[in-house]
Design a protein around this ligand. Structure first.
Ligand code: MN
Length: 491
C-alpha cells in the first residue's frame, strides 16, 4: 500500500454526563477538525473521524474494527471532554495498532467574554487528556503523545511524521526479504535471530538459490535489455566503453526485479562469496533497485536490507534520500575530521548531489568480472545513520546524528559512490559511542527520516532505541546501555 492510502482513525473520548447537546457539538467539532487537518495538506495520510466514544463498549468496538481493517494504520485519540479512563482499559488492551494521544483543544484561546460554566463543561481537554494519559501510562502502553494546537503547522508536522512511522509499522509487518546466499563467512554483526525478528518486526526473511537468479538472468531478452539501457542513458552519464558489462547489470536488475515481484519481496541481500554462475556482483543493478524503493544489504546483511526498505517506505515522497551505507574510512586531521561512507558498489543514487556516472572497474575481491556501478557524491545536509543489531533476546536500533558535507576532496581514483560527514558530537566521541553501543559498520543513511520518526517506529515495534546526539558522552551512554540491559532482561 502507498502512504496516502493509509487511514488514521480519530477517536474522541467523552461520556453521557454532559447531555446530548454537548455530545452533538463534540461530534460536529471532531468531524470539522478531521476535515480541516486533511485539507491542510500537512499530513501524508488521511484522518478519519470515527466516533465520540461514551461507553466502554463503543471504545472496544472501534478498537476491534481498527485492528481488523488493513487500511487503518493507527488510532489518534483526543479527549474533548472528560472521558473516565476505566472505560478505555479493555479497548486499549485490545489495541494492536500504533496509538497516538493527540492532546489538543478545539479553541485556540480562552474567550474572555464568552467563558462561563457551559463553556467549561464543553471544553475540558486540559483535564480530559490528563485522565487519558494516566491510563495509558498505567497500562505501560507504547504510545506517542503530541500536544499543541491542531491547526498549527509544527504540530501537524509532528503528527504527520508520526503517521509516517506508524505506516512503516504496517509496511514492516508484511515485509518479505529475499536472500541470495547466506551471510558473509564468520561475520558476527550481520547475523541475527530471524524467528525473533519476524515475531517482533514482522519481517519474513527467506532464501532463494543464486542458481535461480542465474537462470532468470539468462532468460532476459535483448529487447528488455535495450529498453533499460535507454533508460540508463537518459538518467546517467555513460562513462565507460564497456557496454557489455553495463548490459549484464541491466539483465541482473530485470531478473532480480522479476523474482522480487513474483515473491512479493520489497528487500533483498546477496554476498560476493556466493555468486556461482554470475558474471559480476550486482552493483548498478542493486543501486537501481534501491532507487525504486527496494531494501538492500551487502554480505548477506538482511537486517540492514529490511531496515532500508522500512525507512524508504516511511519517507515515501520525500526528496533527501536514504541509502544502504558503510563506514569506510576516516579523515583524522585534527579539527577537520570526517567519515567517508561508501560500499564496494551499492550506494543508492537517491542521495546523489548530481547526475551519477556509470563506470566499470575491477572489484578486487570475489574473482568475478568488472562490475558496472553508479559513481557520485552524496549531497550535503543534516542526516542520520541507523543500525539494527541483535543483542541476543532483543534488537537494538542505534541512530547517530550526522552532518553530511560536500566531500572535501574529489578522490578521482575512488571508483564508487561516496558520502562524507561529520558525526555528532564529533568524530572521535561519536565513534567511541557507536562502538560502545555495538553499532554495525552497515547502516542506513537517511536525510529524510528524523531520529524522532525512527524512535517512534522503534517504540511501536517495542525494540530498544539508542540515540547518539551532539550532547552524548561515552560515560552517560555506557550508563544508559547498562540500565537498558537490565530493563530488557526484565521484559
Ligand atoms: Mn559491507
Amino acid at each position: 500500500m502507498q502512504l496516502k492510502e493509509y487511514e488514521f482513525w480519530f477517536v474522541v473520548g467523552s461520556q453521557f454526563l454532559y447531555g446530548p447537546e454537548v455530545l452533538k457539538t463534540v461530534a460536529a467539532r471532531a468531524e470539522e477538525m478531521a476535515s480541516k487537518m486533511n485539507e491542510s495538506g500537512a499530513l501524508p495520510c488521511k484522518v478519519v473521524y470515527k466516533v465520540t466514544a461514551k461507553t466502554p463498549e463503543e471504545i472496544t468496538e472501534v478498537v476491534k474494527e481498527a485492528n481488523y481493517q488493513d487500511a487503518c494504520a493507527g488510532v489518534i485519540a483526543w479527549m474533548h471532554t472528560f472521558s473516565p479512563s476505566k472505560m478505555w482499559i479493555d479497548g486499549l488492551q485490545k489495541l494492536q495498532k500504533p496509538y497516538c494521544h493527540f492532546a489538543t483543544q478545539y479553541n485556540r484561546t480562552i474567550p474572555n467574554e464568552e467563558i462561563d460554566m457551559d463553556f467549561m463543561n464543553l471544553n475540558q481537554a486540559a483535564h480530559g487528556d490528563r485522565e487519558h494519559g494516566f491510563i495509558a501510562a498505567r497500562l505501560r502502553m507504547p504510545r506517542k503523545v503530541i500536544m499543541g494546537y491542531w491547526q498549527d503547522e509544527d504540530v501537524l508536522a509532528r503528527l504527520g511524521a508520526w503517521m509516517r512511522s506508524a505506516a512503516a509499522v504496517a509496511f514492516s509487518k508484511s515485509l518479505k526479504v529475499m536472500r541470495f546466499g547466506d551471510n558473509m563467512r564468520n561475520v558476527a554483526v550481520t547475523e541475527g535471530d530471524k524467528v525473533e525478528t519476524q515475531m517482533k518486526l514482522g519481517w519474513q526473511v527467506n532464501t532463494w538459490p543464486v542458481g535461480a537468479l542465474v537462470e532468470e538472468i539468462h532468460a532476459v531478452t535483448e529487447e528488455e535489455t535495450d529498453a533499460l539501457m535507454t533508460e540508463y542513458e537518459s538518467l546517467y552519464d555513460m562513462a565507460t566503453e564497456n557496454l557489455a558489462a553495463v548490459r549484464y547489470q541491466a539483465k541482473a536488475e530485470i531478473a532480480m526485479k522479476k523474482m522480487l515481484e513474483r515473491e512479493g519481496c520489497k528487500a533483498f541481500s546477496n554476498t560476493f562469496e556466493d555468486l556461482y554462475g554470475m558474471e559480476q556482483l550486482p552493483g548498478l543493478a542493486s543501486q537501481r533497485l534501491m532507487a525504486q524503493g527496494y531494501g538492500y544489504g551487502g554480505e548477506g546483511d538482511w537486517k540492514v536490507s529490511a531496515l532500508t526498505a522500512v525507512i524508504k517506505a516511511m519517507t515515501e515522497g520525500m526528496t533527501g534520500g536514504s541509502a544502504f551505507m558503510e563506514d569506510y574510512t576516516y579523515h583524522l586531521e585534527n579539527g577537520n575530521e570526517y567519515s567517508l561512507g561508501a560500499h564496494m558498489l551499492e550506494v543508492c543514487p537517491s542521495v546523489a548531489a548530481a547526475r551519477p556516472r556509470i563506470e566499470v572497474h575491477p572489484l578486487g575481491i570475489g574473482g568475478k568480472g568488472d562490475p558496472a556501478r553508479l559513481v557520485f557524491e552524496g549531497h550535503a545536509g543534516k542526516a542520520c545513520v541507523v543500525s539494527l543489531v541483535d543483542m541476543g533476546g532483543r534488537l537494538r536500533m542505534i541512530c547517530q546524528d550526522i552532518e553530511a558535507v560536500k566531500p572535501i576532496m574529489d578522490m578521482p581514483n575512488l571508483p564508487v559512490a561516496r558520502v562524507m560527514w561529520r558525526a555528532m558530537p564529533d568524530l572521535r566521541t561519536g565513534a567511541e559511542c557507536w562502538i560502545l553501543a555495538g553499532g554495525a559498520h552497515h547502516t542506513v543513511l537517511t536525510y529524510d527520516a528524523t531520529p524522532e520518526m525512527l524512535c517512534d517506529w522503534a517504540r511501536m515495534m517495542e525494540i530498544e532505541f539508542v540515540h547518539i546526539t551532539k550532547d552524548t558522552t561515552p560515560d552517560a551512554l555506557e550508563r544508559e546501555l547498562f540500565l537498558n540491559d537490565l530493563a530488557w532482561k526484565l521484559k
